[in-house]
Ligand binder design. Structure first.
Ligand SMILES: *Cc1c(COP(=O)(O)O)cnc(C)c1O
Length: 579
C-alpha cells in the first residue's frame, strides 16, 4: 500500500468507524454464533498472493463483525468500562504511525518525556502525595505506563520481594537470594483481583487471602493478627496489595488501618490496586477514598477502564523509583547512552524492553476533555448507577447487594442462586443486554456497570425494563426448573447460546472433579453441551445444576425466602409458590 492508497483507505476506515459507532445500538450486544464459527468461514492457509483491500474489508464486515461482543454498545453493562473515545483512537493512530520503540530516553526522547509529564499530570489530579510526582522537589518517585493492572501488581511485588531479600541479606550476606523465598509471605483480601495470587505464583512466594468485614473491606486488625502469627512462625511479611474498588463489588479496603500495620513491620511494601476506581479520584469530592495514602509505596489505576483511554494504558506510580528499578535493571552496554544518568529509561520500570508510545493517547484525552470534562464523565456514570440502584430498590423481588458508590451496582433476585443464574442466562442469550455475574457474600449476584461514554438516564431505564420483563417472564413459569432447563430439552445450539461464554461437554464435566475450574467467576453459567443433539442427558444437567459451586448444595430442599419458596416434588418438577 502506498501513501496515496493509504490516504483513500484511511478516510474510508474513519467513515467505517463512524458508521459502526453510530449504528452500534442497533446490533445485538453479544454475537449470535457458535464456538468455532470463524474456522468455517476463513481459509486454512494464509494467502500466497496479495489480496484486494475491498475483499478484506468485506470479510471484516461479513465474517469478523458478526463475532464481536460490542463493548462500546449502549447496552453493554458487563465487567468494567473499556475506555475508548475519539481522541484516544486518533492518538493511537498517530502512535502507530510514528511506530517508535521507547525503551530508553535516546530511543525516542518525546516518548519518554511525555510519559513522565502526563503521569505527573494524572498523579496530581488523582491526589497522590508529592513523593509520587517526578517533578516535585526532592521526589524520588514517579509514574510509568504498563500494559495492565496485573503487570503493575507483578512488578511492584517483584520490587517488594527484592527489597525484602536485600533487607534479610544484611544479616546473611552469603545466602543466595532464592533461599529467602520460603520465608516471604504477602497478603490481599478475598475481594482482591486474582492477579495478586497470580503474581505470587509467578514470584514463588506464599500468599494469604484474608477475610473482609461485612462491607467487603480488609481491616487493619485482621491483617495485624495474621501477620503476627505468621512472624511467630518464622515468616516475613513483605508485601500487601490493598484494593480500592474491587472488581466483583467495588468495595474498598481500609487504607487508614492497613497503612499503620504495614509501617509497624520491618520491611513491608504496601501497594494499592485501584484499577477501576482510581480514575474517579480526579473528582475533588471523591478524594476521601485516598485516606491513608500517605502510608503506601505504590498505586495503580487503568485509564483504559474508566478514563476514556483505549487499552492499553495502566498507570503505576511508585514512591521510590530506585526501589522498583533496582529489582529490574540489567544494563548491557549497548543500551546505555550519554544521558542515562539524568533521563528516565522506562525499560527498567517493567518487564518488556520495547514499549509503545502510550502516553500520547492519554495526553490527547486529558487535553481534549480537560480535567473538568473527565470529571463530568465520571459523575454522570455515578449518578446513573445511583439511579439504577433506586430502580432496583423499588422492586421488592430484588435486592441490592453492594454499597453503590461509583458506577457498579450488584443486585439479585431474592431467590436461590439458580434462579438468578437462569435470569442472567436468558437476558444474555437475548442479546438485548450484557451483564456478568459474580459472588458477593457467598451469593450469586448480577453486576450492572455503567460503561458507555455518553450513557443517559433513558439507557438505564431501558436496561431495567429488559431486566424486569425477563424477570416477570421467568417467575411466571410454574416450574422454573422444568421449563427453563428441561422443557423443551436443550438442543446443542440452544445450550451454547445460553452459555455463550462457556459450555462444558458431558464428558468434560464428568472428568472434572474440580468445581472451581468450571465456575471462574466471570463465566459460571454451566450448561451441558452434548454432541448427540437429540438425547441430551437430563441427569447430567441435573448434576451440573445441583452441584454447581455457586449454589447451596441443598437448594431444592430448603425454604429460601417467604416470597420465593421452592419445594421439591419430584426430581423434574419443582413448584415455585408465592411469586
Ligand atoms: C480489572 C482489574 C484488574 C485487572 O486488570 P488488567 O489490566 O486486565 O490486568 C486488576 N485489579 C482490579 C481491581 C481490576 O478491576
Amino acid at each position: 500500500m502506498d501513501v496515496e492508497e493509504f490516504r483513500v483507505r484511511g478516510k474510508e476506515m474513519v467513515d467505517y468507524i463512524c458508521q459502526y459507532m453510530s449504528n452500534l445500538g442497533n446490533y445485538r450486544v453479544t454475537p449470535d454464533i457458535e464456538p468455532g464459527y470463524l474456522k468455517k468461514l476463513l481459509p486454512k492457509e494464509a494467502p500466497e498472493e496479495p489480496e484486494e483491500w475491498d475483499n478484506i474489508m468485506e470479510d471484516m464486515d461479513k465474517k469478523i463483525m458478526p463475532g464481536i461482543t460490542h463493548w462500546q454498545h449502549p447496552r453493554f453493562h458487563a465487567y468494567f468500562p473499556s475506555g475508548n473515545s475519539y481522541p484516544s483512537i486518533l492518538a493511537d493512530m498517530m502512535s502507530d504511525a510514528i511506530g517508535c520503540i521507547g525503551f530508553s530516553w535516546a530511543a525516542s526522547p518525546a516518548c519518554t518525556e511525555l510519559e513522565t509529564i502526563v503521569m505527573d499530570w494524572l498523579g496530581k489530579a488523582i491526589g497522590l502525595p508529592d513523593d509520587f510526582i517526578t517533578s516535585k522537589e526532592e521526589s524520588k518517585g514517579g509514574g510509568v505506563i504498563q500494559t495492565s493492572a496485573s503487570e503493575c501488581v507483578l512488578v511492584t511485588m517483584l520490587a517488594a520481594r527484592n527489597q525484602a531479600i536485600q533487607y534479610l541479606k544484611r544479616d546473611h550476606p552469603s545466602t543466595v537470594d532464592s533461599e529467602f523465598l520460603p520465608q516471604l509471605i504477602c497478603y490481599c483480601s478475598k475481594e482482591a483481583h486474582s492477579c495478586v495470587e497470580k503474581a505470587a505464583k509467578i514470584l514463588l512466594v506464599q500468599i494469604k487471602i484474608l477475610d473482609t468485614d461485612e462491607n467487603g473491606s480488609l481491616r487493619g486488625e485482621t491483617l495485624r493478627d495474621v501477620m503476627e502469627k505468621d512472624k511467630a512462625n518464622g515468616l516475613f511479611p513483605f508485601f500487601v496489595s490493598a484494593i480500592l474498588g474491587s472488581t466483583s463489588s467495588c468495595s474498598f479496603d481500609n487504607l487508614e488501618e492497613i497503612g499503620p500495620v504495614c509501617r509497624e513491620q520491618a520491611c513491608t511494601w504496601l501497594h494499592v490496586d485501584a484499577a477501576y476506581a482510581g480514575n474517579a479520584f480526579i473528582c475533588p469530592e471523591l478524594k476521601y477514598y485516598l485516606k491513608g495514602v500517605e502510608y503506601i509505596d505504590s498505586f495503580n489505576t487503568n485509564p483504559n477502564k474508566w478514563l476514556l483511554t483505549s487499552f492499553d494504558c495502566s498507570c503505576l506510580w511508585v514512591k521510590n523509583r530506585y526501589r522498583l528499578t533496582s529489582a529490574l535493571v540489567v544494563d548491557p552496554l549497548y543500551l546505555q547512552h550519554a544521558n542515562s544518568d539524568e533521563a528516565i529509561d522506562y525499560r527498567h520500570w517493567g518487564i518488556p524492553l520495547s514499549r509503545r508510545f502510550r502516553s500520547l493517547k492519554l495526553w490527547f484525552v486529558i487535553r481534549k476533555y480537560g480535567l473538568s470534562g473527565l470529571q463530568k464523565y465520571i459523575r454522570n456514570h455515578i449518578n446513573l448507577a445511583k439511579h439504577f440502584e433506586s430502580l432496583v430498590r423499588k422492586d421488592k423481588r430484588f435486592e441490592v447487594v453492594n454499597d453503590v458508590q461509583l458506577g457498579l451496582v450488584c443486585f439479585r433476585l431474592v431467590a436461590p442462586d439458580i434462579v438468578n443464574q437462569s435470569l442472567l442466562a436468558t437476558i444474555n442469550a437475548s442479546g438485548k443486554l450484557h451483564m456478568i455475574p459474580s459472588m458477593v457474600k457467598e451469593k450469586y449476584i448480577i453486576r450492572f456497570c455503567v460503561t458507555a461514554e455518553n450513557a443517559t438516564q433513558e439507557d438505564i431505564e431501558h436496561a431495567w425494563r429488559v431486566i424486569t420483563e425477563h424477570t416477570s417472564e421467568l417467575l411466571s413459569r410454574k416450574s422454573i426448573r422444568n421449563q427453563v432447563f428441561f422443557r423443551p430439552p436443550l438442543t446443542r445450539q440452544k445450550s451454547k447460546r445460553l452459555s455463550f461464554t462457556r459450555s462444558v461437554s458431558k464428558e468434560m464435566y464428568q472428568r472434572s472433579k474440580s468445581r472451581s475450574n468450571l465456575a471462574d467467576g466471570a463465566t459460571p453459567i454451566l450448561v451441558v453441551d452434548s454432541d448427540e443433539e437429540h438425547e441430551l442427558n437430563q441427569d447430567a444437567i441435573l448434576d451440573v445444576l445441583t452441584s454447581n459451586v455457586n449454589m447451596d448444595d441443598d437448594v431444592f430442599n430448603k425454604d429460601c425466602d417467604d416470597s420465593f419458596r421452592i419445594q421439591p416434588t419430584s426430581p423434574t418438577e419443582i413448584a415455585c409458590n408465592g411469586i
